[in-house]
Write a protein that binds this ligand. Sequence first.
Ligand SMILES: [Zn+2]
Length: 351
Amino acid sequence: MRAVRYHGNRDIRVDDIPEPECKPGFVKIAPEWCGICGSDVHEYLIGPETIPSPGRPHPITGETVPIVMGHEYAGRVVEVGEGVEDIAVGDNVAVEPIIRDNSCPTCTDGHYNLCPQLGFHGLSGYGGGLSEFSAVPAYMVHVLPAGVPTDVAALIEPLAVGWHAARMADLRGGESCLIVGAGPIGLVTLLSLKVQGAGEVVVVELTDARKAKAVELGADLVLDPRSDDVVAVLADRYGQGVDVAFDAGGHAETIQLALASVRPKGRIVNIALWEHPVEFDMFSMLFKESNLTASCAYCNDHADVIEALASGAIDVRPLITARIPLEEIVTGGIEELMHNRDAHVKILVHP
Ligand SMILES: [Zn+2]
């Protein structure tokens, strides 16, 4: 079968490899749509980081490069392994790609997204969605209701990241929110906040295309820190600042802006994947008793996300900015996102 494999830095190929075996407890899927994630681009540019490099296999999968890519996908079940119940051949499914040991204290406590052995199907081994077939443990599989087609369902994984971040804010009804950065994760956080009962949601963004997308998706106000005094505008609009700020940027400037924008007792949720340690002003946090927390991937969020899509409460179609065949993964996918980033939110690949 054809599969997109990561061989190393700036080396992603479409290879011909054997089909995965559907072992007991596993489900074999024919992926129909798979999104390209910012982390895939990151691995291409400066990896391998999450992808296990030679000599450093992932502790659960035991695999190193070459690794089959693709962790944002949905498809059709073609085979069900021994012992799997409630999933049938022909079902449309979305994959929740978290690899965990399911046995450590963090996993048994229910926080499987924080397992010290955390990995991702499509980055850490066990195959991936950028291939004609994949086989995953049944615990990763969510059966889709009739109203959620597989192209929409390919967005469930990134949407779950925003959904979890919104949950981490512990919203009380109608609270004002700020999202710093309107990339894919900032935008899915915006969609999630609107459904989870936030009040006004303000977005801070630099590029025109992403500002427009934030407005299209329901942002109440979009500010540009080059022309707007964001902290002053928010203090004026909400009294002493927003209730909750999300940093989806991951830079010293973005976390500092998030910290400065919340009211006393306000909360800050970090959802960015940081490339470097940064300095920020803890002293200003002291005088507001700010509460800084973080949100990692998702955990028991998929059922709610699927319900939000099925009911029409969230429409992710405006996030899909291109569709390409598997063979164009590098030129039409990874490199398109590198060189034409602002024109895209999510590029879907049809394996
Ligand atoms: Zn664990």
